[in-house]
Ligand binder design. Structure first.
Ligand code: 0PR
Length: 378
Protein backbone atom coordinates (compact mmCIF):
# COMPACT_ATOMS: atom_id res chain seq x y z
CA UNK A 1 0.00 0.00 0.00
CA UNK A 2 1.26 3.46 -0.95
CA UNK A 3 1.94 6.19 1.64
CA UNK A 4 -0.01 8.83 -0.31
CA UNK A 5 -3.47 8.24 -1.68
CA UNK A 6 -4.47 8.84 -5.28
CA UNK A 7 -7.19 11.12 -6.61
CA UNK A 8 -10.83 10.23 -6.97
CA UNK A 9 -10.61 10.65 -10.76
CA UNK A 10 -7.65 8.32 -10.95
CA UNK A 11 -9.41 5.69 -8.84
CA UNK A 12 -12.51 5.94 -10.99
CA UNK A 13 -10.49 5.42 -14.14
CA UNK A 14 -8.77 2.34 -12.64
CA UNK A 15 -12.20 0.98 -11.69
CA UNK A 16 -13.53 1.67 -15.17
CA UNK A 17 -10.65 -0.28 -16.69
CA UNK A 18 -11.14 -3.20 -14.33
CA UNK A 19 -14.85 -3.24 -15.09
CA UNK A 20 -14.18 -3.27 -18.83
CA UNK A 21 -12.27 -6.53 -18.38
CA UNK A 22 -15.31 -8.16 -16.76
CA UNK A 23 -17.80 -10.08 -18.87
CA UNK A 24 -21.13 -8.38 -19.44
CA UNK A 25 -24.05 -10.81 -19.11
CA UNK A 26 -25.07 -10.33 -22.76
CA UNK A 27 -23.47 -13.59 -23.94
CA UNK A 28 -23.50 -15.42 -20.63
CA UNK A 29 -25.60 -18.60 -20.69
CA UNK A 30 -23.76 -20.24 -17.80
CA UNK A 31 -24.77 -18.14 -14.81
CA UNK A 32 -27.59 -18.23 -12.29
CA UNK A 33 -27.02 -14.55 -11.61
CA UNK A 34 -28.14 -11.66 -13.77
CA UNK A 35 -28.46 -7.88 -13.76
CA UNK A 36 -30.30 -6.95 -10.57
CA UNK A 37 -33.49 -4.92 -10.92
CA UNK A 38 -32.90 -1.15 -10.92
CA UNK A 39 -34.93 -0.64 -7.72
CA UNK A 40 -32.84 -3.31 -5.96
CA UNK A 41 -29.67 -1.41 -6.84
CA UNK A 42 -31.17 1.85 -5.61
CA UNK A 43 -32.25 0.30 -2.31
CA UNK A 44 -28.85 -1.41 -1.92
CA UNK A 45 -26.97 1.89 -2.18
CA UNK A 46 -29.28 3.55 0.38
CA UNK A 47 -28.58 0.92 3.06
CA UNK A 48 -24.92 0.36 2.35
CA UNK A 49 -23.76 0.85 5.98
CA UNK A 50 -26.53 -1.18 7.65
CA UNK A 51 -25.17 -4.21 9.53
CA UNK A 52 -27.68 -6.92 10.31
CA UNK A 53 -25.09 -8.54 12.56
CA UNK A 54 -26.05 -5.89 15.14
CA UNK A 55 -29.74 -5.38 14.38
CA UNK A 56 -30.41 -3.34 17.53
CA UNK A 57 -28.66 -0.46 15.75
CA UNK A 58 -30.71 -0.89 12.60
CA UNK A 59 -34.32 -1.52 13.64
CA UNK A 60 -35.62 -0.11 10.35
CA UNK A 61 -33.62 -2.57 8.25
CA UNK A 62 -34.50 -5.35 10.68
CA UNK A 63 -38.18 -4.52 10.08
CA UNK A 64 -37.62 -4.85 6.33
CA UNK A 65 -36.04 -8.28 6.86
CA UNK A 66 -39.16 -9.41 8.75
CA UNK A 67 -41.29 -8.23 5.82
CA UNK A 68 -39.11 -10.17 3.35
CA UNK A 69 -39.48 -13.30 5.49
CA UNK A 70 -43.25 -12.87 5.45
CA UNK A 71 -43.13 -12.64 1.65
CA UNK A 72 -40.97 -15.81 1.49
CA UNK A 73 -43.53 -17.42 3.78
CA UNK A 74 -46.37 -16.53 1.46
CA UNK A 75 -44.47 -17.86 -1.59
CA UNK A 76 -43.53 -21.10 0.16
CA UNK A 77 -46.80 -21.89 1.98
CA UNK A 78 -45.32 -21.22 5.41
CA UNK A 79 -48.17 -20.23 7.75
CA UNK A 80 -46.40 -20.31 11.09
CA UNK A 81 -44.98 -16.78 11.61
CA UNK A 82 -42.27 -17.02 8.91
CA UNK A 83 -40.76 -13.76 10.20
CA UNK A 84 -39.62 -15.68 13.28
CA UNK A 85 -38.33 -18.70 11.39
CA UNK A 86 -35.42 -17.59 9.25
CA UNK A 87 -33.09 -14.88 8.06
CA UNK A 88 -31.45 -13.45 4.96
CA UNK A 89 -28.13 -15.13 4.24
CA UNK A 90 -25.30 -14.43 1.84
CA UNK A 91 -26.66 -17.02 -0.62
CA UNK A 92 -27.44 -20.66 -1.17
CA UNK A 93 -24.16 -21.87 0.27
CA UNK A 94 -24.71 -20.26 3.66
CA UNK A 95 -28.36 -21.35 3.75
CA UNK A 96 -27.48 -24.97 2.99
CA UNK A 97 -24.63 -24.98 5.51
CA UNK A 98 -26.90 -23.56 8.20
CA UNK A 99 -29.75 -25.95 7.48
CA UNK A 100 -27.43 -28.93 7.97
CA UNK A 101 -25.74 -27.33 10.98
CA UNK A 102 -29.12 -26.91 12.63
CA UNK A 103 -29.91 -30.63 12.04
CA UNK A 104 -26.57 -31.68 13.54
CA UNK A 105 -26.97 -29.42 16.58
CA UNK A 106 -30.49 -30.69 17.21
CA UNK A 107 -29.25 -34.29 17.24
CA UNK A 108 -26.21 -34.12 19.50
CA UNK A 109 -27.25 -37.55 20.78
CA UNK A 110 -26.00 -39.08 17.49
CA UNK A 111 -22.24 -39.55 17.38
CA UNK A 112 -21.46 -39.81 13.69
CA UNK A 113 -24.50 -38.37 11.99
CA UNK A 114 -25.16 -38.62 8.25
CA UNK A 115 -27.52 -36.87 5.84
CA UNK A 116 -28.74 -38.50 2.63
CA UNK A 117 -29.08 -36.34 -0.48
CA UNK A 118 -29.10 -36.72 -4.26
CA UNK A 119 -25.89 -36.99 -6.22
CA UNK A 120 -27.08 -33.82 -7.95
CA UNK A 121 -26.83 -31.74 -4.73
CA UNK A 122 -24.84 -28.51 -4.97
CA UNK A 123 -21.23 -28.59 -3.76
CA UNK A 124 -22.13 -26.32 -0.83
CA UNK A 125 -23.16 -29.54 0.97
CA UNK A 126 -19.61 -30.88 0.58
CA UNK A 127 -18.44 -27.72 2.36
CA UNK A 128 -20.70 -28.36 5.35
CA UNK A 129 -19.46 -31.96 5.48
CA UNK A 130 -15.91 -30.66 5.56
CA UNK A 131 -16.74 -28.09 8.24
CA UNK A 132 -18.85 -30.16 10.60
CA UNK A 133 -17.55 -33.67 10.08
CA UNK A 134 -21.04 -34.85 9.20
CA UNK A 135 -21.16 -37.59 6.58
CA UNK A 136 -22.95 -36.73 3.34
CA UNK A 137 -24.35 -39.80 1.57
CA UNK A 138 -25.18 -39.37 -2.07
CA UNK A 139 -28.10 -41.23 -3.58
CA UNK A 140 -28.15 -42.03 -7.29
CA UNK A 141 -30.57 -40.49 -9.77
CA UNK A 142 -33.26 -42.09 -11.89
CA UNK A 143 -33.35 -41.71 -15.68
CA UNK A 144 -35.09 -38.33 -15.43
CA UNK A 145 -32.29 -37.14 -13.12
CA UNK A 146 -34.50 -36.98 -10.03
CA UNK A 147 -33.22 -38.68 -6.91
CA UNK A 148 -33.90 -42.43 -6.87
CA UNK A 149 -35.98 -43.20 -3.76
CA UNK A 150 -34.74 -46.79 -3.48
CA UNK A 151 -31.20 -45.49 -3.42
CA UNK A 152 -32.16 -42.97 -0.70
CA UNK A 153 -33.72 -45.69 1.47
CA UNK A 154 -30.73 -48.01 0.95
CA UNK A 155 -28.36 -45.35 2.34
CA UNK A 156 -30.35 -44.72 5.53
CA UNK A 157 -29.03 -46.24 8.77
CA UNK A 158 -29.24 -45.61 12.53
CA UNK A 159 -27.04 -42.54 12.24
CA UNK A 160 -29.10 -40.82 9.56
CA UNK A 161 -30.63 -37.59 10.86
CA UNK A 162 -31.98 -35.97 7.72
CA UNK A 163 -32.61 -35.86 4.00
CA UNK A 164 -32.14 -33.19 1.36
CA UNK A 165 -34.21 -32.73 -1.79
CA UNK A 166 -33.65 -30.16 -4.51
CA UNK A 167 -36.27 -27.96 -6.15
CA UNK A 168 -34.28 -26.92 -9.21
CA UNK A 169 -30.99 -28.80 -9.50
CA UNK A 170 -27.96 -26.73 -10.43
CA UNK A 171 -27.09 -28.70 -13.54
CA UNK A 172 -30.46 -29.73 -15.01
CA UNK A 173 -33.13 -27.68 -13.20
CA UNK A 174 -34.88 -30.90 -12.15
CA UNK A 175 -37.18 -31.19 -9.11
CA UNK A 176 -36.77 -34.13 -6.73
CA UNK A 177 -39.90 -36.02 -5.55
CA UNK A 178 -40.26 -33.93 -2.38
CA UNK A 179 -43.59 -35.50 -1.34
CA UNK A 180 -42.06 -38.99 -1.36
CA UNK A 181 -38.97 -37.77 0.50
CA UNK A 182 -41.35 -36.18 3.00
CA UNK A 183 -43.05 -39.55 3.64
CA UNK A 184 -39.69 -41.19 4.27
CA UNK A 185 -38.69 -38.34 6.59
CA UNK A 186 -41.97 -38.32 8.56
CA UNK A 187 -41.86 -42.11 9.01
CA UNK A 188 -38.42 -41.94 10.57
CA UNK A 189 -38.57 -38.55 12.26
CA UNK A 190 -35.87 -37.06 10.00
CA UNK A 191 -35.31 -33.45 9.05
CA UNK A 192 -35.97 -32.66 5.37
CA UNK A 193 -34.23 -29.69 3.81
CA UNK A 194 -35.30 -28.49 0.37
CA UNK A 195 -32.74 -26.56 -1.65
CA UNK A 196 -34.78 -24.07 -3.64
CA UNK A 197 -31.87 -21.68 -4.16
CA UNK A 198 -32.67 -21.49 -7.85
CA UNK A 199 -36.24 -22.81 -8.06
CA UNK A 200 -37.59 -20.78 -5.15
CA UNK A 201 -38.16 -17.71 -7.31
CA UNK A 202 -39.40 -19.72 -10.32
CA UNK A 203 -41.77 -22.47 -9.20
CA UNK A 204 -44.33 -20.19 -7.46
CA UNK A 205 -44.70 -18.29 -10.74
CA UNK A 206 -45.11 -21.19 -13.15
CA UNK A 207 -48.41 -22.38 -14.64
CA UNK A 208 -47.62 -25.94 -13.64
CA UNK A 209 -48.16 -26.65 -9.92
CA UNK A 210 -45.43 -28.47 -8.05
CA UNK A 211 -45.47 -29.57 -4.41
CA UNK A 212 -42.06 -28.93 -2.95
CA UNK A 213 -42.37 -26.38 -0.13
CA UNK A 214 -43.82 -26.10 3.40
CA UNK A 215 -47.23 -27.28 2.22
CA UNK A 216 -45.50 -30.70 2.14
CA UNK A 217 -45.73 -31.77 5.77
CA UNK A 218 -42.25 -33.27 6.22
CA UNK A 219 -40.30 -30.28 4.88
CA UNK A 220 -38.44 -28.71 7.80
CA UNK A 221 -36.32 -26.06 6.05
CA UNK A 222 -35.82 -24.34 2.70
CA UNK A 223 -33.20 -22.35 0.83
CA UNK A 224 -34.41 -19.60 -1.53
CA UNK A 225 -32.05 -17.12 -3.20
CA UNK A 226 -33.11 -13.59 -4.14
CA UNK A 227 -29.76 -12.99 -5.89
CA UNK A 228 -30.56 -15.59 -8.54
CA UNK A 229 -34.03 -15.43 -10.13
CA UNK A 230 -35.22 -12.95 -7.47
CA UNK A 231 -33.39 -10.12 -9.29
CA UNK A 232 -31.91 -8.78 -6.07
CA UNK A 233 -28.30 -7.73 -5.54
CA UNK A 234 -25.45 -10.04 -4.48
CA UNK A 235 -25.22 -11.22 -1.65
CA UNK A 236 -28.91 -12.04 -1.07
CA UNK A 237 -29.86 -15.50 0.11
CA UNK A 238 -32.71 -16.82 2.22
CA UNK A 239 -33.18 -19.57 4.79
CA UNK A 240 -36.55 -20.48 6.27
CA UNK A 241 -37.31 -23.15 8.88
CA UNK A 242 -40.73 -24.61 9.63
CA UNK A 243 -40.55 -23.69 13.34
CA UNK A 244 -38.68 -20.93 15.22
CA UNK A 245 -37.04 -23.61 17.42
CA UNK A 246 -34.81 -24.71 14.54
CA UNK A 247 -33.17 -21.28 14.66
CA UNK A 248 -32.44 -21.82 18.38
CA UNK A 249 -30.21 -24.72 17.37
CA UNK A 250 -27.99 -22.19 15.56
CA UNK A 251 -27.74 -19.63 18.34
CA UNK A 252 -24.45 -18.46 19.73
CA UNK A 253 -24.19 -16.19 22.77
CA UNK A 254 -23.05 -12.65 21.81
CA UNK A 255 -22.01 -10.84 25.00
CA UNK A 256 -21.49 -7.23 23.83
CA UNK A 257 -23.88 -6.64 20.90
CA UNK A 258 -27.27 -4.94 20.88
CA UNK A 259 -28.67 -8.47 20.83
CA UNK A 260 -27.45 -11.28 23.09
CA UNK A 261 -27.75 -14.16 20.62
CA UNK A 262 -26.88 -14.59 16.96
CA UNK A 263 -27.99 -17.41 14.66
CA UNK A 264 -26.39 -16.27 11.38
CA UNK A 265 -23.17 -17.89 10.12
CA UNK A 266 -21.48 -14.59 9.32
CA UNK A 267 -21.17 -11.91 12.00
CA UNK A 268 -21.39 -8.67 10.09
CA UNK A 269 -24.22 -9.09 7.61
CA UNK A 270 -25.41 -6.90 4.74
CA UNK A 271 -28.45 -4.72 5.43
CA UNK A 272 -28.12 -3.49 1.84
CA UNK A 273 -29.18 -6.84 0.47
CA UNK A 274 -32.12 -6.91 2.88
CA UNK A 275 -33.30 -3.53 1.53
CA UNK A 276 -32.70 -4.51 -2.08
CA UNK A 277 -34.61 -7.79 -1.71
CA UNK A 278 -37.48 -6.01 0.03
CA UNK A 279 -37.61 -3.35 -2.69
CA UNK A 280 -37.62 -5.67 -5.69
CA UNK A 281 -40.11 -8.16 -4.18
CA UNK A 282 -42.55 -5.39 -3.23
CA UNK A 283 -42.08 -3.62 -6.55
CA UNK A 284 -42.54 -6.61 -8.84
CA UNK A 285 -45.18 -8.46 -6.87
CA UNK A 286 -46.32 -11.89 -8.03
CA UNK A 287 -47.41 -10.38 -11.34
CA UNK A 288 -43.95 -8.98 -12.06
CA UNK A 289 -42.14 -12.23 -11.25
CA UNK A 290 -44.69 -14.19 -13.27
CA UNK A 291 -43.82 -12.16 -16.33
CA UNK A 292 -40.05 -12.58 -15.70
CA UNK A 293 -40.50 -16.35 -15.42
CA UNK A 294 -42.83 -16.42 -18.46
CA UNK A 295 -40.19 -14.65 -20.51
CA UNK A 296 -37.40 -17.04 -19.40
CA UNK A 297 -39.58 -20.08 -20.13
CA UNK A 298 -40.55 -18.67 -23.53
CA UNK A 299 -36.85 -18.24 -24.42
CA UNK A 300 -36.17 -21.74 -23.06
CA UNK A 301 -38.77 -23.19 -25.45
CA UNK A 302 -37.21 -21.18 -28.30
CA UNK A 303 -33.78 -22.59 -27.65
CA UNK A 304 -35.09 -26.15 -27.33
CA UNK A 305 -37.01 -25.98 -30.61
CA UNK A 306 -34.10 -24.26 -32.36
CA UNK A 307 -31.71 -26.96 -31.14
CA UNK A 308 -34.11 -29.70 -32.23
CA UNK A 309 -34.18 -28.16 -35.70
CA UNK A 310 -30.38 -28.65 -35.72
CA UNK A 311 -30.84 -32.28 -34.71
CA UNK A 312 -29.81 -31.69 -31.08
CA UNK A 313 -31.90 -33.27 -28.31
CA UNK A 314 -32.14 -32.21 -24.66
CA UNK A 315 -31.01 -34.54 -21.86
CA UNK A 316 -34.36 -34.10 -20.09
CA UNK A 317 -37.38 -32.02 -21.09
CA UNK A 318 -36.55 -28.76 -19.32
CA UNK A 319 -38.66 -28.26 -16.20
CA UNK A 320 -37.43 -24.72 -15.65
CA UNK A 321 -35.11 -22.34 -17.49
CA UNK A 322 -32.08 -24.65 -17.58
CA UNK A 323 -31.40 -26.62 -20.76
CA UNK A 324 -28.86 -29.42 -21.22
CA UNK A 325 -28.17 -30.13 -24.89
CA UNK A 326 -26.84 -33.50 -26.01
CA UNK A 327 -24.12 -32.19 -28.29
CA UNK A 328 -21.38 -34.58 -29.44
CA UNK A 329 -17.94 -33.49 -28.11
CA UNK A 330 -19.59 -31.04 -25.75
CA UNK A 331 -16.27 -29.87 -24.29
CA UNK A 332 -14.90 -28.91 -27.72
CA UNK A 333 -18.12 -27.16 -28.68
CA UNK A 334 -18.08 -25.23 -25.43
CA UNK A 335 -14.51 -24.06 -26.08
CA UNK A 336 -15.27 -23.02 -29.64
CA UNK A 337 -18.42 -21.19 -28.60
CA UNK A 338 -16.25 -19.09 -26.31
CA UNK A 339 -13.12 -18.69 -28.43
CA UNK A 340 -14.85 -18.04 -31.74
CA UNK A 341 -18.03 -16.26 -30.68
CA UNK A 342 -17.70 -15.15 -27.04
CA UNK A 343 -20.53 -17.34 -25.67
CA UNK A 344 -20.18 -18.54 -22.07
CA UNK A 345 -21.87 -21.90 -21.56
CA UNK A 346 -21.12 -24.67 -19.09
CA UNK A 347 -20.96 -28.45 -19.13
CA UNK A 348 -22.90 -30.96 -17.05
CA UNK A 349 -20.96 -33.81 -15.46
CA UNK A 350 -23.09 -36.83 -16.17
CA UNK A 351 -23.96 -37.02 -18.98
CA UNK A 352 -21.54 -34.46 -20.43
CA UNK A 353 -23.88 -32.03 -22.13
CA UNK A 354 -23.93 -28.34 -23.00
CA UNK A 355 -25.68 -26.53 -20.15
CA UNK A 356 -27.53 -23.27 -20.72
CA UNK A 357 -29.22 -21.19 -18.03
CA UNK A 358 -31.78 -18.90 -19.62
CA UNK A 359 -31.75 -15.93 -17.24
CA UNK A 360 -33.76 -12.70 -17.70
CA UNK A 361 -30.86 -11.03 -19.54
CA UNK A 362 -31.35 -13.49 -22.45
CA UNK A 363 -33.76 -12.18 -25.08
CA UNK A 364 -35.05 -13.46 -28.39
CA UNK A 365 -32.31 -11.82 -30.39
CA UNK A 366 -29.62 -13.44 -28.19
CA UNK A 367 -31.18 -16.86 -28.74
CA UNK A 368 -31.20 -16.39 -32.52
CA UNK A 369 -27.55 -15.32 -32.55
CA UNK A 370 -26.58 -18.22 -30.29
CA UNK A 371 -28.39 -20.82 -32.40
CA UNK A 372 -26.81 -19.45 -35.57
CA UNK A 373 -23.32 -19.81 -34.03
CA UNK A 374 -24.11 -23.26 -32.64
CA UNK A 375 -25.19 -24.37 -36.11
CA UNK A 376 -21.73 -23.51 -37.45
CA UNK A 377 -20.16 -25.90 -34.92
CA UNK A 378 -22.37 -28.98 -35.08
N1 0PR B 1 -28.03 -24.53 -4.31
C1 0PR B 1 -28.23 -24.61 -5.64
C2 0PR B 1 -29.31 -25.51 -6.17
C3 0PR B 1 -27.43 -23.84 -6.49
O1 0PR B 1 -27.60 -23.95 -7.81
C4 0PR B 1 -26.44 -23.00 -5.94
C5 0PR B 1 -25.54 -22.16 -6.82
C6 0PR B 1 -26.29 -22.95 -4.55
C7 0PR B 1 -27.09 -23.74 -3.76
C8 0PR B 1 -25.27 -22.08 -3.89
O2 0PR B 1 -25.62 -20.74 -4.04
P1 0PR B 1 -24.57 -19.56 -3.85
O3 0PR B 1 -23.61 -19.65 -5.00
O4 0PR B 1 -25.43 -18.36 -3.87
O5 0PR B 1 -23.91 -19.75 -2.55
N2 0PR B 1 -25.51 -22.47 -8.14
C9 0PR B 1 -24.66 -21.81 -9.12
C10 0PR B 1 -23.57 -22.80 -9.52
O6 0PR B 1 -22.80 -23.24 -8.67
C11 0PR B 1 -24.03 -20.53 -8.65
C12 0PR B 1 -23.47 -19.73 -9.76
C13 0PR B 1 -24.01 -18.51 -10.05
C14 0PR B 1 -22.38 -20.15 -10.50
C15 0PR B 1 -23.48 -17.72 -11.04
C16 0PR B 1 -21.86 -19.38 -11.52
C17 0PR B 1 -22.41 -18.17 -11.79
O7 0PR B 1 -21.88 -17.37 -12.79
O8 0PR B 1 -23.52 -23.12 -10.69
Amino acid sequence: MEETGISREHILSILKNAKSEDTSYDRVLSSMCTYPHEIAVLAHTQFIEANMGDPGLFPGTYGLEKEVLKMFGSLLHHNNSPEKCGYLTTGGTESNIQAIRSMVNARRDINHPNVVMPESAHFSFDKVADLSGIEIRKASLDNTLKVDLNSVVSLIDDNTIGLVGIAGTTEFGQIDPIESLSEIALDRDFFLHVDGAFGGFILPFMDMEYHYDFEVEGVTSMTIDPHKMGLSTIPSGGLLFREPEYLDDLEIHTPYLSINKQYSLTGTRSGASVASTYAVMKHLGREGYRSVVDQCMEQTREIVSGAKALGIETVIDPVMNIVALNVPQADDVRKKLLDDFGWHVSITRNPRALRLVIMPHIDNNTIELFLADLEKLV
